[in-house]
Write a protein that binds this ligand. Structure first.
Ligand SMILES: Nc1ncnc2c1ncn2[C@@H]1O[C@H](COP(=O)(O)OP(=O)(O)OP(=O)(O)O)[C@@H](O)[C@H]1O
Length: 644
């Protein structure tokens, strides 16, 4: 330090390696401001009594909230020859309390109310430097720029408002010989206490989120606090929340919570209602796993309030599918526009992505909702039965037919909606028959009989990209264009940004009275997993967990998950797999799901229904996949026939 001081006396800036980066920067600023280490103070070092009064008035809120914390802080340092000081955002001291003999000495260097300790007035010092640096600072002995402050050791931390602006500084100063290693930590904790007290005061009526990486951290000084305006915009955030959510001060008042967490305002209200003050896991947009407690606040917009159902706009089945994902929102918006119009809808999406659910919601939200919704799975029916199932048959049309005949599914859908699932699996011969029905709007039953007029809305779905099937000659192009009035592509579960909201919805649906939630490590593993069976697989896993969770338990942990899912979750390598969609990734994805299928079939000892259940896929999908991947060889119990 002596060498550094000698350099300073010559007007040189010692390197950071010698005095630390903060002091080096500050000394440079002091020299730049024209201060000299042995010099007198700048003229503006003290404010008048009337200006002090004004300052006290302006900072009354800060002072009122800080006083009990200052008392607490002073109780920790009492008798050590120190004092506790509060300054405003300009570095003007507005309150001080301390040990009598030190206060006397300190007042000789103007460490008393009304004095300005801004860096430009008093050179490097903890209060002034903390304001400029915007962070907690310790300035010890000869690190003070002015010679006559060298007897001091000072630790200061800025007190920041929930809008990110500095409101003041709290500081503990003492004689440099009684420096205590814990003082800096105490001062930082005190500044957080004041910040959190001010936060509660300013955002009392708003929805508040308490966040921490661990459940035990919630309610402590280290928790992140976020206040939300009625429209979901961030109204305020404390320092910890800004760090946890990677939120900048300029985002406050501008960005919505959905930009930082995978939850929007309606899902937060929903969660708050069910959570009832308990802690739940959540994931940030950056993939960071956090624990969350929601305090609903008293000023939530009626549209978001769960306890005011009469004020809620009526949510139909389509609106219920909106849990915050932008792609799904667009799908819902577009579906709503055509629901009720004579435009056929084609739903595309991976198996289990919710095509049938969406289709049923389109029907239930449209003008045909009181008429039947008839779903036909073209992949589940043997080829020779699809025809009679769909078009019906006359009495005695074929051996084994019902004596009275059958109207067929298309006629059953009259007035309502016909949903043709897995249309890509419909044999070519039947495709032309279906095309005729769609063109002429009448059905001729098998085995003859009068043609019957039919009127139905048509929704078709396929996990196969139908356009590619047309190009490959497996699907009639004229039928494709008939079906494709509007194509809606459902996102795969892994691509959705509302994963936690879906989990919360499912858990609430399965166990409405329990407020179940995922343990943070399970939530993190779920967030990284690719969910090849999409919503079906997730729903099966959560249903399983709900069945095995003990009464009174609220956290779903690893022990509540099906064994095969645990294996898959443990197998995954953290995030790397999530980017891109190129051929090599598709191949590795396929390889991994092939091995999953193999494991599931082996574990189910050849029982295909059981294997499909474990995988969270339909039996049809399983059979389809088995056709295209090497057949696994399950271990057979002795005496059992081999799997065909
Ligand atoms: N929005 C949703 N919320 C909760 N669960 C859902 C939702 N959508 C679908 N599911 C669940 O996922 C399962 C699969 O959904 P659905 O049958 O609609 O998918 P799909 O895409 O038609 O599947 P497939 O291609 O195999 O026919 C449903 O049984 C339901 O349990």
């Amino acid at each position: 330090m002596d060498r550094a001081r000698r350099m300073l006396d010559r007007g040189e800036i010692p390197p950071a390696a010698l005095v630390g980066a903060t002091v080096s920067r500050s000394w440079e600023r002091c020299l730049g401001a024209g201060l000299v280490p042995f010099g007198r103070l700048n003229a503006e070092d003290r404010i008048s009594t009337s200006r002090l009064k004004e300052t006290l008035e302006r900072r009354r809120e800060l002072l009122t909230r800080a006083r009990p914390v200052m008392d607490y802080l002073y109780a920790q340092v009492r008798g050590s020859g120190s004092m506790v000081v509060l300054a405003d955002e300009q570095g003007v001291l507005i309150e001080a309390l301390g040990d009598a003999e030190f206060v006397e000495r300190a007042s000789r260097v103007a460490l008393k109310p009304g004095a300005s300790w801004h860096e430009t007035n008093r050179g490097t010092n903890a209060i002034g430097t903390a304001i400029v640096e915007g962070t907690a600072v310790l300035v010890h002995g000869a690190e003070h720029f002015l010679e006559h402050n060298r007897f001091l050791t000072c630790a200061a931390a800025p007190v920041t408002g929930s809008d990110g602006r500095i409101l003041g500084v709290i500081d503990v100063s003492g004689h440099h010989r009684v420096r205590h290693p814990h003082t800096s930590g105490l001062v930082s904790a005190a500044s957080h206490m004041i910040e959190n007290r001010l936060f509660e005061l300013h955002h009392e009526s708003q929805m508040r989120l308490r966040l921490h990486p661990q459940a035990e951290g919630i309610g402590t000084l280290a928790e992140g606090l976020v206040a939300l305006a009625e429209d979901g915009r961030i109204a305020g955030a404390n320092h910890a929340a800004r760090v946890l959510l990677d939120l900048r001060a300029e985002d406050i008042g501008r960005k919505a919570i959905g930009s930082f967490l995978s939850l929007d305002m309606p899902s937060l209200c929903d969660l708050a209602h069910r959570q009832n003050g308990r802690v739940a896991p959540t994931v940030t947009r950056a993939g960071r796993q956090l624990c969350l407690r929601i305090e609903p606040g008293s000023r939530i917009a009626p549209a978001h309030r769960r306890d005011a159902p009469r004020e809620l706009p009526l949510r139909d089945a389509l609106a219920d599918l909106d849990t915050g994902d932008e792609t799904m929102k667009l799908v819902i918006e577009r579906a709503r526009k055509v629901a009720g119009k004579p435009i056929p809808i084609l739903l595309q999406g991976e198996s289990g992505a919710g095509k049938e659910r969406v289709s049923a919601a389109i029907h239930a939200s449209g003008p045909r909702k009181d008429a039947p919704f008839i779903a036909v799975n073209c992949a589940a029916l043997p080829e020779h039965l699809i025809e009679s199932e769909l078009f019906g048959y006359a009495p005695g049309a074929f051996t084994g037919a019902r004596r009275e005949g059958s109207p067929g599914r298309i006629r059953e859908a009259n007035g309502g909606t016909l949903f043709l699932d897995e249309i890509g699996d419909m044999p070519l011969s039947l495709q032309s028959r279906l095309l005729r029905v769609l063109q002429e709007r009448e059905v001729v039953p098998l085995g003859g009989g009068k043609p019957a007029k039919v009127d139905f809305a048509l929704i078709a779905a396929s996990h196969k990209p139908l356009k590619a099937e047309v190009e490959a000659g497996r699907f009639r192009s004229d039928l494709y264009y008939r079906l494709n009035g509007l194509t809606l592509k459902l996102p795969a579960l892994r691509a959705r940004t509302d994963f936690m909201a879906i989990v919360a919805r499912m858990l609430a649906a399965f166990e409405p009275d329990k407020s179940l939630m995922l343990a943070p490590d399970v939530a993190a593993a779920f967030a990284r997993y690719r969910w090849p069976g999409n919503l079906r697989q997730l729903s099966n896993a959560l249903l399983f967990a709900c069945a095995v969770v003990d009464p009174g338990e609220v956290m779903i942990g690893w022990r509540h998950l099906p064994d095969d899912l645990i294996e898959d979750l443990q197998d995954i390598d953290a995030p790397a797999a999530s980017e891109g969609d190129d051929g090599s990734e598709a191949a590795s994805l396929r390889a991994s799901s092939d091995s999953m299928i193999e494991r599931a079939v082996l574990a189910s000892e050849g029982n295909m229904s059981e294997a499909a259940r474990r995988l969270g896929i339909s039996r049809n999908t399983l059979y389809r996949r088995l056709k295209s991947c090497p057949r696994p060889r399950p271990k057979m119990r002795s005496g059992e026939p081999p799997l065909q």
